[in-house]
Design a protein around this ligand. Structure first.
Ligand SMILES: *Cc1c(COP(=O)(O)O)cnc(C)c1O
Length: 368
């Protein structure tokens, strides 16, 4: 049986290196509120991604909630049912009605034509997700946003490090949010960020994440507390040093999975799109039970019985959770592609330290 293998395992740098940062924090006693490590990490991330402005957050969900506040979005927002629940919850926390549109059968991202068809006079924004780090159709979505005067906010939680023709995916849209949760490609234990395009927006977001405080005597807006602390920031600085190596290991694992699974009838694996640099955050496969002669859940349970914990990301669809199920757009008839994919999807284990013999064992169990 061996040890348990989970769908992911957080990457951590050597503890001795982190201890050096802890010593500095103990000495300065500066624990949070835009401390030196926070400022250094913002600078480093801007350079790494080639962006001008970033605002760090305690987690990705608060970044998303704040991004929606910052854009003064209201009414209805068109989004995807095929994501982690935080995407839609962030709208709910802003008193916005989510409108679900169907996804593309190849990328699993929002289908721009379905987005356009879902626009009403109440629509104020589009909230797509780059699922598994695969880029949305950013050009078409921007055209639709421009044509109808809508804001475009990307949930880029899966796509840290992903580039299109050398440009970071996080630069697309009015705002993009990142998650640095333990399960993501780059982690700060928990953490997140908003990427924006001008100094004024950056200042506004910085104020919103710190109670709306401007100075000692002025509180301008009803902000929240969503600041990243110095411990998270210090970890982030260290993690960046190892990031390219970690992504390289993920790529190696992805290639082995592909070699072993791509010819198997009934299995579909995602293909790289030319011009995109991936982060290999996930390894999703589709299992067509007619051709494969086993259902996704049979494969999932078999792996589980061998202590391998794959995940059905994303099942069920967000539109099937009680909060959203009653919405007209949550009707399965409105979301046929998402309904199909959610029954077939399985994410196999992938993380930098996953050994190749374990990748091979996972594949043997899936196929056998
Ligand atoms: C992880 C994730 C989030 C939330 O990020 P947290 O940092 O865990 O709050 C939001 N959206 C998607 C698509 C995610 O995968």
């Amino acid at each position: 049986m061996g040890n348990k293998i989970f769908v992911t395992q957080p990457f951590l740098p050597p503890l001795e290196e982190f201890n050096e940062y802890l010593k500095k924090i103990w000495k300065s006693k500066w624990l949070t509120n835009n401390g030196p490590f926070h400022m250094e990490l913002e600078q480093m991330l801007c350079e790494y991604m080639g962006v001008k402005h970033i605002s760090l957050f305690s987690n990705g969900t608060l970044a998303l909630i704040t991004a929606i506040q910052a854009m003064k979005i209201s009414g209805e927002v068109i989004t995807t049912p095929y994501s982690f629940v935080a995407t839609t919850h962030a709208l709910w926390w802003n008193n916005i009605k989510p409108v679900f549109a169907d996804i593309d059968p190849v990328t699993f991202n929002l289908d721009p034509d379905k987005v356009e068809a879902a626009i009403t006079p109440k629509t104020t924004a589009i909230l797509p997700v780059h699922v598994y780090g695969n880029p949305c159709n950013v050009i078409k979505l921007q055209k639709i946003a421009d044509r109808y005067g809508l804001k475009l906010i990307y949930d880029a939680a899966h796509s840290f490090g992903v580039k299109i023709k050398g440009t970071s995916l996080a630069t697309y849209g009015d705002l993009a949010i990142l998650s640095f949760h333990a399960t993501k490609v780059f982690n700060t234990f928990e953490g997140g960020a908003i990427i924006c395009h001008d100094e004024i927006t950056k200042q506004h977001i910085d104020q919103l994440k710190n109670f709306g405080i401007i100075n000692e005597t002025t509180v301008l807006t009803p902000g929240i507390n969503a600041k990243m602390n110095e411990f998270q920031s210090a970890l982030g600085i260290l993690q960046l040093k190892y990031l390219d190596e970690a992504i390289g290991k993920r790529k190696f694992i992805t290639e082995r999975y592909r070699e072993l699974l791509e010819e198997i009838p009934g299995l579909t694996i995602m293909k790289d799109v030319p011009g995109v640099e991936y982060n290999f955050a996930y390894f999703p496969i589709l299992i067509d039970y007619v051709k494969f002669e086993r259902t996704r859940d049979e494969v999932y349970n078999k792996l589980k019985s061998h202590n391998i914990f794959s995940r059905r990301y994303f099942y069920p669809l967000i539109s099937q959770f009680p909060t959203y199920k009653g919405l007209p757009s949550a009707d399965p008839a409105n979301l046929p592609i998402a309904e199909k994919i959610t029954q077939q999807i399985l994410c196999l284990p992938i993380y930098p330290d996953l050994e190749i013999n374990n990748v091979e064992r996972v594949c043997d169990l899936v196929i056998g």
